[in-house]
Design a protein around this ligand. Structure first.
Ligand code: ZN
Length: 141
């Protein structure tokens, strides 16, 4: 574990949390600044900085964990949808350098924006087409 990592402290029981589920690789607890009712943070039990450092076999387990948890939350809280977020790198607004998935239940009347509130703007259809072609090419080359 890393010095003073809040999520590691939750795993170790040094900081209390409203834990709703755990297994050998993951731990899920309610966010203390929830965006909606049931906003859950799923973390790896071991300290990994972000998705890139989580070994693939553990990541698979964590995604299956997330899916099961969302099914459960959907049923128990009558959620009508979810947003799943992972903050990766400082540009994302990442505050805690420990891998997490935020599972945010959505309700038709939750009053929250549908992410993202704003989108990239293009001056014309041609600019959009250029962006799509160039970016797809760059990613796939
Ligand atoms: Zn940690």
């Amino acid at each position: 574990m890393e010095e003073q990592c809040i999520f590691c402290s939750i795993v170790e029981g040094k900081i209390p949390a409203a834990i709703i589920h755990e297994d050998d690789v993951g731990l899920a607890f309610l966010d203390i600044t929830p965006a909606t009712k049931g906003h859950t943070v799923l973390i790896s039990k071991e300290h990994y900085e972000d998705i890139f450092s989580v070994p693939s076999e553990k990541l698979e387990k964590l995604i299956v964990f997330a899916k099961g948890l969302m099914e459960h939350i959907k049923e128990k809280l009558s959620a009508q949808g979810f947003n799943m977020e992972s903050f990766i790198g400082s540009a994302s607004g990442s505050m805690i350098k420990h891998f997490s998935f935020h599972l945010i239940p959505r309700y038709d009347d939750d009053g929250q924006e549908r992410p993202f509130a704003t989108r990239m703007k293009f001056g014309s259809k041609e600019e959009l087409t250029k962006y799509l072609e160039e970016t797809a090419e760059k990613i796939t080359e």
